[in-house]
Design a protein around this ligand. Structure first.
Ligand code: NAG
Ligand code: NAG
Ligand code: NAG
Ligand code: NAG
Ligand code: NAG
Ligand code: NAG
Length: 479
């Protein structure tokens, strides 16, 4: 009796899951554990590659392995097929390696995976396998920072409009209040950090360097026995939440869309990849983009995820991923004949390597998934979809923008303070409506966090001491 009931429940659950068919997915991932950004030249650690590999393996389990309810229709289970997978990362070692490690988990070496397909038989009868146990060489597109395509994953690099909008956070009352309220707290860290070569006075430590300080200490605690071990969990938590609030502030402001131009280009890239799956009737099945936490934060704000949970104001953990799943709510053996009416998109986020990949409603809709046309409309409203638009919105001097400056184009007519594309202007409209809600939410969140983590007295420091974390074209990698 009980067994029957359990059996029925199981088949119901399975039936529910089986009633969907996934046709494609776009994944955006953050790098795993790395050395600190403070000294520059940061790189993925062994732990970091393991994290990205693990996350890639988990995506394999969900979208590729036979028997998974979310398996992408007809995706090759063992052999990587180039037309099915697209992967891209900026030409930065840490992000290229992040994508590589993820892809190694997605399509692991064949010898242990599927020995039959691992070897090829030559005419003379002898068998051959690839090196490293049948390693699979998944193609990864590296994008140079001089390429117009650099804007899709790193739309903030080489974009003066983002830089100035971002830095205007330092003029906000939120910033100046926190700068002063946390002054004493940061000063207490000086005995620990004075050993770091370029921190020569307690004044080098303040909320104006919230992320830099958090990163330095977080990395040191993980990797370096000799330093930072005197920092308590409580202090680290405080440092992290302060870095959360600072980085969110630099990356998103409801009434200032230029602060998240990088999320607007990323939105266009995500839409473009999903649309390739639609246009190819499901031939392109999985796209991977590797990027930075700042694009996550900016996107969380842009897609109104911050209205759902205060957690979206926080920095995503190493190797976090967000996924956009293209599916139909039915079982089917082929791509839908009427994609416009049948396809839906679901957004999912996984925080680092520990959590689960969970769905969240986008754009304040409250819906677990959206019809494809509605998703397209919402994403387009938030997108910068062409290089020309980006050049204008950014007022960029990137070499590939020159072609637009010589014409009587949108770029030429952009004013220094307000060069804004229609797409951006659209976001402003939406943003103004929601500005008040977002700011109240942010304040409430910070208040709660501060209370949770104990009382740090509030006080101040000149903002001009802040060394910009933003790179202008070829500066420090922001990953
Ligand atoms: C499934 O994929 C294989 C290649 O892996 C292809 O030959 C076949 O036509 C596909 N089937 C369908 C129904 O798309
Ligand atoms: C078959 O050809 C391959 C490639 O030329 C060679 O390495 C291998 O030794 C050959 N095997 C035999 C049994 O001749
Ligand atoms: C957001 O932007 C508005 C308008 O530029 C500005 O008044 C406000 O201070 C900004 N808030 C933050 C937290 O940067
Ligand atoms: C560990 O920290 C000490 C003191 O800050 C520093 O001299 C040393 O280079 C660090 N070691 C590593 C591996 O980062
Ligand atoms: C999708 O791709 C098709 C074919 O390339 C194109 O005509 C259409 O405009 C694209 N739609 C979107 C939303 O990008
Ligand atoms: C991810 O985890 C970090 C803590 O590790 C937290 O601060 C952040 O809010 C979380 N983000 C989400 C969206 O859950």
């Amino acid at each position: 009796m009980l067994i029957t009931a359990a059996g029925t429940l199981l088949s119901l659950l399975a039936g529910r899951a089986m009633a969907e068919t996934v046709h494609g997915v776009v994944v955006f991932t953050r790098h795993g554990d790395r050395t600190t950004k403070h000294y520059g030249a940061q790189e993925l650690t062994r732990l970091g590659t393991t994290q990205n590999f693990q996350v890639g393996s988990d995506y394999r389990s969900r979208y590729i392995e036979a028997g998974s309810p979310q398996r992408i229709l007809n995706i090759s289970e063992f052999n990587y097929i180039p037309s099915e997978v697209y992967a891209s990362a900026p030409n930065q070692g840490i992000l290229l390696n992040t994508a590589t490690a993820f892809l190694q988990g997605l399509y692991p070496p064949l010898v242990d995976l599927n020995s039959e397909t691992a070897s090829q038989t030559l005419n003379n009868g002898s068998k051959s396998t690839s090196p490293l146990n049948g390693y699979q060489y998944v193609t990864l597109q590296g994008v140079s920072s001089n390429s117009p395509d650099a804007i899709w994953i790193k739309g903030d690099d080489g974009c003066p409009a983002v830089t100035s909008a971002s830095q205007s956070f330092e003029s906000s009352s939120e910033f100046t209040t926190r700068l002063s309220s946390t002054r004493d707290f940061y000063q207490t860290l000086y005995p620990v950090l004075q050993s770091v070569y370029d921190i020569n006075s307690p004044d080098d430590l303040s909320y104006a360097k919230a992320y830099d300080i958090y990163d330095l200490i977080n990395v040191a605690r993980l990797h370096n026995a000799s330093s930072a071990q005197d920092i308590t969990d409580e202090q680290l938590f405080q440092l992290r939440t302060l870095a959360d609030s600072a980085e969110f502030g630099y990356n998103f402001n409801l009434s200032q869309p230029a602060r998240s131009i990088h999320a607007q280009t990323l939105s266009a890239a995500i839409l473009n990849q999903l649309n390739k799956t639609v246009a190819s009737e499901g031939q392109l099945k999985l796209s991977l983009l590797a990027g930075s936490y700042d694009a996550f934060l900016a996107f969380f704000g842009l897609a109104k995820l911050t209205d759902l949970s205060k957690n979206f104001y926080g920095l995503p953990d190493y190797a976090s991923t967000m996924a956009f799943e293209l599916f139909i709510p039915d079982t089917a053996g082929s791509f839908p004949a009427e994609p416009e009416s049948d396809l839906r998109v679901r957004f999912l986020f996984r925080n680092g390597t520990e959590g689960t990949l969970d769905p969240f409603p986008l754009f304040g809709t409250g819906a677990d998934s959206l019809p494809w046309p509605e998703f397209v409309r919402e994403m387009k409203q938030r997108s910068i979809g062409t290089t020309e638009e980006w050049c204008a919105a950014c007022r960029s001097s990137a070499s590939f923008c020159a072609v637009y400056t010589n014409q009587n184009s949108v770029f030429a007519s952009a004013s220094p303070s307000g060069g804004m594309s229609n797409a951006v202007a659209g976001v402003v409209g939406a943003a103004v409506t929601l500005g008040a809600v977002g700011i109240v939410g942010l304040l409430a969140f910070l208040f709660v966090r501060r209370r949770r983590s104990g009382d740090d007295a509030v006080v101040v420091m000149p903002a001009d001491e802040r060394v910009s974390l933003r790179s202008v074209s070829t500066g420090v990698e922001k990953v």
